[in-house]
Design a protein around this ligand. Structure first.
Ligand code: PMP
Length: 292
């Protein structure tokens, strides 16, 4: 039987998804953003880095002051079972936990917490040419918030509002994605991926002051360090872009993709999709095929 959804401990077949996978309109998470999620990928029928993802899932919920009523291990097992029953070997998994319908008071003290894991086929979002030659980014008019303004290290649904608006605007302007600065005008990330720079052979990436610490970001930093490449986190501003030879983005959904240009504040910077990003793509591919 091919189940595509696991919801609060129940397996739901694809055909019943419409009926059983629907939510009550009066759901706390829908109205107040009390929801956290994870995006995972599976390769060759194996879920990639599910331990790291589910640890972050629990942490994201704790940042929002609620607990996920399943252990990391239980979620890993459920997810692997879900994937094993599917007729395809590669795809994308969404896990989400949200405050449910038990209470609609603003405080979620009396809320029930619901959890779902959904798996489906999902090819990489960009073309082969884009993975080879790069994306075109424009600047977002939204800033990543001060950590005292929002729980910036949580993969909280509510924090995606500015990502959605920025990405939509970028697409409408004929670009692929938007670059987001933070509340102090430091370069932060793209709308749903982290950013890296290459300067004089070193791999550079912003300190995660105001954004999610990506699991792919950490994997790339580890791969580079293991290969003896200098890796540095730092504070970077738009004026630093002219000294960068390569730029690339990382994330579970997109994997690793070069950036060909950034247009921001009336200026445009162009980058070559050089040897570092193509090396990183190759090393990352080896890891996903090993299924760690
Ligand atoms: N930043 C944001 C805002 C994201 O949504 C994502 C995707 N989860 C990332 C960074 C990259 O994180 P990861 O590598 O863990 O997918």
């Amino acid at each position: 039987m091919a189940y595509s959804l696991w919801l609060d401990g129940q397996w739901i077949e694809k055909e019943a998804f419409g009926e059983l996978g629907s939510l009550p309109v009066m759901t706390h998470g829908l109205h107040y953003g009390t929801a956290v999620f994870e995006g995972l990928r599976f390769y060759e029928g194996r879920v990639f880095q599910s331990d790291r993802h589910y640890q972050r899932f629990g942490q994201s919920a704790r940042f929002l002051d609620f607990d996920i009523p399943y252990s990391v291990q239980a979620l890993q097992t459920v997810t692997q079972e879900l994937v094993s029953g599917l007729p395809y070997k590669d795809g994308y998994i969404r896990a989400i936990a949200w405050c449910g319908e038990a209470s609609m008071l603003v405080s979620h003290r009396l809320s029930n917490v619901r959890v779902a894991v959904h798996a489906a086929a999902r090819p990489l979002p960009y073309t082969q040419d884009q993975y080879q030659n790069g994306l075109h980014l424009t600047g977002s008019c939204w800033k990543r918030p001060d950590p005292q303004t929002a729980p910036v290290h949580s993969k909280a649904a509510g924090l995606y509002m500015t990502s959605s608006m920025s990405k939509k605007k970028a697409e409408e302007e004929g670009c692929d994605d938007a670059l987001m600065l933070d509340y102090k005008d430091r370069i932060a990330e793209a709308t749903s991926s982290n950013i890296f720079f290459v300067r004089d052979g070193a791999l550079l990436t912003p300190f995660p002051h105001s954004f999610l610490k990506g699991i792919t970001r950490q994997t790339c930093m580890d791969l580079a360090k293991d290969a003896g490449i200098v890796v540095q986190e730092g504070d970077f501003y738009i004026q630093d872009l002219s000294s960068m030879q390569e730029v690339f983005l990382t994330g579970t959904a997109i994997e690793i993709v070069p950036v060909a240009s950034i247009t921001l504040g009336g200026q445009k910077w162009s980058f070559s999709a050089g040897p570092m990003v193509h090396w990183m793509q190759k090393e990352f591919r080896k890891l996903t095929q090993k299924g760690l």
